[in-house]
Structures are given as structure tokens and as C-alpha cells.
Design a protein around this ligand. Structure first.
Ligand code: SF4
Length: 63
């Protein structure tokens, strides 16, 4: 399962929800934005949950 996961820094409001849901994939950076540390560091359902919990749709997944 090759995935290309990106976070749009212009959309990310730094709420940290995605890092709480999928901590193996996302991490908060010093810039208070989420960053992808290991794509995919969690299973597909967990990553999808993180995408769905992002209020600003900042997480993009390309298959
Ligand atoms: S859930 Fe969305 S807005 Fe919140 S930190 Fe993650 S990418 Fe940023």
C-alpha cells in the first residue's frame, strides 16, 4: 500500500487532532503545524480517521 500523504501548511490550524489519532504518521512541528513523519505509519483506517477529523481538510492522500 503505497501512499503519498501531504499536509497543506496553509490549511493546517495546528489543532493536533491528526497527531492524536495517528501518532505513527503525524507529528506536530516547531512551527505548530502537523508534519508527516512516516507515510503510512498507521493502518489505513487510522489514517482515514485522521483525515476525517481534520476540520480544515488539510491532509491530502494520493493513492
Ligand atoms: S488535524 Fe488538520 S488542522 Fe489539525 S493539526 Fe492535523 S492537519 Fe493540522
Amino acid at each position: 500500500m503505497a501512499k503519498n500523504i501531504k499536509i497543506d501548511p496553509d490549511k493546517c490550524i495546528g489543532c493536533a487532532s491528526c497527531t492524536a489519532v495517528a501518532s505513527g504518521t503525524f507529528e506536530m512541528g516547531d512551527d505548530d503545524k502537523a508534519h508527516v513523519i512516516d507515510p503510512p505509519g498507521d493502518d489505513e483506517a487510522t489514517i482515514q480517521m485522521a483525515v476525517d477529523c481534520c476540520a480544515t481538510q488539510a491532509i491530502e492522500i494520493e493513492e
